[in-house]
Design a protein around this ligand. Structure first.
Ligand code: ATP
Ligand code: MG
Length: 128
């Protein structure tokens, strides 16, 4: 499996190669997340950033990692073209695959349009 910290190194390189500025907020050292959930999060992050590179035309990509008492949110925001009028699950398999894997760990995903695209990935915390 892949830890979130390792995936962040790779997406940093990917965005650098694409000449898209990268900003990270929050820590990738997750305290209340199972390993399987962290693996799913890493795969989602990779697909989300690959989509930013392939489709958005953005100059900036922000990743925000926001733990709360009950959940962990990961937001992937770009300042590109957005996906207005695009049927999300029509063209490719990336978003569909993300949704299915998130369901497997009781997570969910939301796509917002706000001067670009913001993908919000949510998974429940695990209490040990
Ligand atoms: P695959 O992921 O299977 O290689 P894909 O990337 O085209 O193919 P999805 O990841 O499911 O498929 O994305 C569906 C569509 O949503 C894309 O084809 C693209 O039109 C649009 N899209 C996705 N992410 C973004 C983004 N960040 N900005 C603009 N459009 C996007
Ligand atoms: Mg894709």
């Amino acid at each position: 499996g892949i830890r979130l910290e390792d995936e962040l190194i790779r997406i940093r390189q990917l965005l650098q190669a694409a000449e898209i500025e990268f900003r990270l907020e929050g820590s990738a050292r997750l305290a209340n997340t199972s390993l399987i959930t962290e693996n799913v999060l890493s795969m989602c992050l990779k697909e989300a950033v690959t989509n930013v590179v392939k489709h958005s035309g953005a100059t900036l990509c922000q990743v925000l990692i926001e733990p709360s008492r009950t959940d962990l949110l990961i937001k992937v925001k770009d300042n590109g073209t957005g996906m207005e009028g695009i049927n999300l699950y029509d063209k490719g398999h990336g978003l569909q695959g993300m949704r299915e894997r998130l369901e497997f760990v009781n997570g969910s995903m939301e796509v917002l349009q706000d001067q670009g695209t913001m993908l919000i990935i949510k998974v429940p915390n695990v209490f040990k």
